[in-house]
Ligand binder design. Structure first.
Ligand code: NAD
Ligand code: TYD
Length: 354
């Protein structure tokens, strides 16, 4: 079986669902269920014995040791993180705790487990670290996209904490020989995306007739990757990636934030017209994010050249699917917005949620 951390979050839950839709290999899902973890993302797996969920923290070494000894996974995929840049600006401590200390604890537990494996299992084991393009810092408008050898220049507490975890993963390979894989991907979007990030926030606000806050001049550029494409890249890297290597994963879709919000508004005008007028009337330019990176762009040629991966979705097809998903999953949105999605934690683990 494989062990996934953070499998109740946005990307992790998409990965878990896609994995079990295409494999019979069981999956152990370890997640602390912070505000970003939502068991409703995994409701389709209720009663499915291939999915074993454990509520726990990646900083809990004793728990990790027990789970590794009991379930003996052939691979560990590390998604768990604090992931929102704006939150990292207001409260960086949680980012250091989970992204740095948590990744360190996981690496140490994995190393202890891996050292005890027989030679065959040791050679086959993989520690796959899921990271971000934000570790590379900000690009000038005409600069070439990030390759795997780009300098690390993180600018936010979030990206600095992820950069730290990438360095730890690299060192555990170089020093101890742990067979690690790292993927650095661009901004994901798609189903189950928590509406604090740009795309889901704009969709749910527009549907509610609320303001669509664009930071600064709205000309910051991100590369957008449909989450299912990210999941297919991770599956391929896990299967065929070279231990010790990093792979950049991107959607070949650079867009300004203005373009993103305009595209969402146009789709909503088509799919759910508002009698009060075009959705773009709700756009408001607001105070910029401190230290706001101007541009991220991924050069995803290495993963294409070496492993044959390219994203299946264009931005146009992916954003249409995403808007349609939010229109069809109003109950999920309501429960996230009201906070009632967290009732699962309260009901199952009275007093233990954070
Ligand atoms: P998310 O915030 O939606 O989910 C994170 C998950 O990790 C949640 O389920 C949360 O409960 C869990 N978690 C947090 N702290 C934990 C801890 N201490 N122990 C156990 N579980 C814990 O994040 P996401 O958007 O799904 O991102 C997943 C990974 O992908 C992260 O490592 C992130 O840095 C990386 N990434 C995300 C994006 C993106 O666009 N969302 C882009 C590049 C890289
Ligand atoms: P976000 O989804 O937070 O991802 P990241 O900061 O990790 O790239 O933000 C994406 C872009 O959208 C980023 O340039 C900040 C901008 N943004 C807004 O303009 N308004 C918003 O309300 C949010 C959440 C983000």
């Amino acid at each position: 079986m494989i062990l996934v951390t953070g499998g109740a979050g946005f990307i992790g839950s998409n990965f878990v669902l896609d994995w079990l839709a295409s494999h019979d290999e069981p999956l152990l899902n370890l997640d602390a269920l912070t505000y970003a973890g939502n068991m409703e993302n995994l409701a389709a797996l209720d009663g499915d014995a291939r999915h074993v969920f454990v509520h726990g923290d990646i900083r809990d070494r004793a728990l990790l040791d027990r789970l590794l000894a009991e379930y003996r996974p052939r691979a560990l995929l590390h998604f768990a993180a604090e992931s929102h840049v704006d939150r990292s600006i207001h409260g960086p401590a949680a980012f250091i705790r989970t992204n740095v200390e948590g990744s360190f604890t996981l690496l140490e537990a994995a190393r202890g487990y891996w050292n005890g494996l027989d030679d065959g299992a040791k050679a086959a084991f993989r520690f796959h670290h899921v990271s971000t393009d934000e570790v590379y810092g900000s690009l000038a408008p005409d600069a070439p996209a990030f390759t795997e050898t780009h300098l690390y220049q993180p600018n936010s507490p979030y990206s600095a904490s992820k950069a730290a975890s990438d360095h730890l993963v690299r060192a555990w390979h170089h020093t101890y020989g742990l067979p690690v894989l790292t993927t650095n991907c661009s901004n994901n979007y798609g189903p189950f995306h928590f509406p604090e990030k740009l795309i889901p926030l704009m969709i749910v606000n527009a549907l509610a007739g609320k303001a669509l806050p664009i930071y600064g001049d709205g000309l910051n550029v991100r590369d957008w990757l449909y989450v299912k494409d990210h999941c297919s890249a991770i599956r391929l890297v896990l299967e065929r990636g070279q231990p010790g290597q990093t792979y950049n994963v991107g959607g070949w879709n650079e867009r300004t934030n203005r373009e993103i919000v305009e595209a969402i508004c146009a789709l909503l005008d088509e799919l759910r017209p508002d009698p009060a007028g075009p959705h773009r009337r709700l756009i408001q330019f607001v105070t910029d994010r401190p230290g706001h990176d101007r541009r991220y762009a991924i050069d995803a040629r290495k993963i294409e050249r070496e492993l044959g991966w390219r994203p299946a979705e264009s931005f146009e097809s992916g954003i249409r699917k995403t808007v349609q998903w939010y229109l069809q999953n109003d109950a999920w949105v309501q429960r996230v917005q009201s906070g009632s999605y967290r009732d699962w934690v309260a009901q199952h683990y009275t007093g233990s949620a954070r």
